[in-house]
Design a protein around this ligand. Structure first.
Ligand SMILES: O=C(O)CCC(=O)C(=O)O
Length: 302
């Protein structure tokens, strides 16, 4: 007899939609006061950026030219700032054309441990956090869910770059793949400011054929992966726009193809995201992101 599904925040219809489409929009997952406090924390973190000592590490999305310097590779256990490539002049050496706080593309990757407001999203009973993450993880059949990285993503007005189609399991690889992304809109995400879009059902046919690994001698590269269904299907298929209001939680299956476009508007687009993997699956030392000594953060603490 099949095990009874765990009770949790998703209705049976929502759970079925997530399994069918590979993503799910959950409006109202954060209360307005909690959103305000997470945005205030983002502003506070930005105020700690000292650009004079920063290595000017830029975050490049896409398969080539991946960021892989020591600053990036050590960011699993601290709060680092990655800069928007188009915030720089095309000169050699590049010159930052915007105030530092308006040039940051990502803040990561240990907010879930080092920033109390962001860490509180993993705790049960946080006021204004409507979706209990541990209960959600149980409902998604995780046995030992671990949060392995978190980041604030800032798509800056006018210069916020596009994120090409990708699968998160490529960057957060277990064997077999198990990653699920929780992406919270802290500001409205619209077509104009670069909301997410998704290729529904692609998690069912698109295998994880590559993964981001540490290169011998330093840096990162895309190496072989395996897992999920064999490749096939139509990668240039019809993406569905995910315009959402601030406070919406978007669940993203790690094998799902998704992307976001440039921010061509004068409105910013701030999101907070973290990813959960199955702690019982194999996670090896080739992965670019390596766990802290105490291991990746447990999501279920009983
Ligand atoms: O926020 C974005 O624009 C892209 C985020 C994304 O694709 C991800 O976190 O996997």
């Amino acid at each position: 007899m099949a095990a009874a599904p765990s009770p949790g925040p998703l209705t049976p219809a929502q759970l079925a939609a997530f399994h069918r489409d590979g993503y799910l929009l959950l409006p109202g997952a954060l209360s307005p006061p909690l959103i305000t406090s997470l945005l205030a924390e983002t502003t506070r973190l930005l105020s700690t950026l000292d650009i004079t000592t920063h290595p000017l590490t830029q975050f490049h999305a896409g398969d080539t030219n991946h960021v892989g310097d020591a600053y990036f590779l050590s960011s699993a256990t601290n709060i680092s700032f990655f800069l928007e490539p188009s915030a720089f002049s095309p000169t050699d050496p590049p010159v930052l054309l915007h105030p530092p706080a308006r040039a940051v593309n990502k803040i990561g990757h240990y907010l879930h441990a080092l920033s109390p407001p962001f860490a509180s999203l993993l705790a049960s009973g946080t006021v204004g956090n409507v979706v209990d993450v541990a209960a959600l993880a149980r409902q998604l059949s995780f046995r030992d869910p671990r949060c392995l990285q978190s980041m604030t993503i800032l798509k800056q007005p006018g210069i916020g770059g596009a994120v090409p189609a990708h699968q998160d399991s490529t960057f957060l690889y277990t064997n077999p793949p198990s990653a699920v992304g929780l992406w919270y809109a802290l500001e409205d995400a619209t077509r104009e400011n670069g909301c997410l879009s998704f290729l529904p059902g692609s998690h069912l046919w698109k295998g994880v054929e590559k993964r981001m690994v540490r290169k011998e001698g330093g840096g990162t590269e895309m190496g072989g992966g395996r897992g999920g269904a064999p490749g096939g299907g139509e990668e240039d298929g019809k993406y569905v726009m995910g315009e959402v209001e601030a406070g919406t939680l978007v669940l993203i299956h790690g094998n799902l193809l998704h992307k976001s476009e440039r921010n061509t508007s004068e409105k910013g687009r701030i999101a907070y995201t973290f990813h959960v993997i199955e702690g019982e699956e194999e996670y090896d030392e080739r992965n670019w992101l390596q766990p802290p000594e105490e291991g990746f953060t447990r999501v279920i603490r009983d």
